[in-house]
Design a binder for this molecule. Structure first.
Ligand SMILES: Cc1cc2nc3c(=O)[nH]c(=O)nc-3n(C[C@H](O)[C@H](O)[C@H](O)COP(=O)(O)O)c2cc1C
Length: 208
């Protein structure tokens, strides 16, 4: 199947069977997320791959008891940096220098441009890191469909409660979105048989 057929097949599963995803499939979905684009390439987020059943039982009430939390094979919690800091920028500059075999001094102009972010408020920077995080989420949804794995993007949860349960504050992170990964339970989920609703091309796009 090509990408369009896969995207027509995918839907936000409300119920999942609990069946486990084969490790190689999960690895490729995570790799696609790792390869996602981000502003400056800085990837200002971390993704928690939650498989532990007890932790997912604890998270469930904080996600309005949505069944996918425990019925999924894995739960990806997309957590954005709570702020952009000098240390985080330096770590990224060091990574570029290492990967590309460059001297850090050659990256000074690029670093200075990124350091412009330090002038913004914590909340402004968090809004920016959260936006970057959604791009990774989108990449993950498409990647899962290519692996014939179901996925549900989810914002229906209490980020503060998630941050507490997953100890994200200590890591300088804030949860922004979840992706449940697993296999649809077609019997239990009437939505699995419903037609996809999308605005027509001529409404969604303006040709200029
Ligand atoms: C950012 C975001 C948050 C969402 N939150 C939830 C959620 O909490 N629970 C849920 O069941 N679906 C959630 N959805 C799924 C949407 O309802 C679904 O993608 C939309 O209705 C389109 O249907 P489809 O993806 O099945 O084609 C979310 C989708 C996105 C993109």
């Amino acid at each position: 199947m090509n990408l369009i057929e896969k995207l027509n097949w995918r839907y936000a599963a409300k119920r999942m069977t609990g069946q486990k995803i084969a490790p190689d499939k999960l690895t490729r979905i995570l790799e696609a997320i790792r390869l996602s684009a981000s502003s400056f390439g800085i990837q200002p987020y971390t993704i928690l791959v939650v498989e532990n059943k007890e932790i997912r039982e604890k998270l469930k009430p904080a996600a309005y008891n949505q069944p996918q939390i425990t019925e999924a094979s894995h739960l990806l919690v997309f957590a954005a940096w709570d702020n952009v800091t000098e240390e985080r920028i330096s770590a990224y500059i060091n990574l570029i220098a290492e990967v590309r075999g460059m001297d850090v001094a050659m990256l000074k102009d690029f670093k200075d441009r990124m350091r412009g972010l330090l002038k913004r408020s914590t909340e402004e920077n968090f809004n920016w890191t959260a936006r970057q995080t959604y791009i990774a989420l989108g990449t993950g949804l498409s990647a899962a469909s290519m692996e014939d794995v179901d996925s549900t993007p989810m914002e229906g949860f209490d980020p503060k409660a998630f941050d507490e349960i997953l100890k994200l504050k200590e890591k300088g992170l804030r949860s922004v979105a979840i992706m449940a990964l697993g296999y649809r339970d077609s019997e239990a989920d009437p939505l699995s048989k419903m037609k996809k609703v999308r605005r027509p091309l001529e409404q969604l796009f303006i040709q200029v």
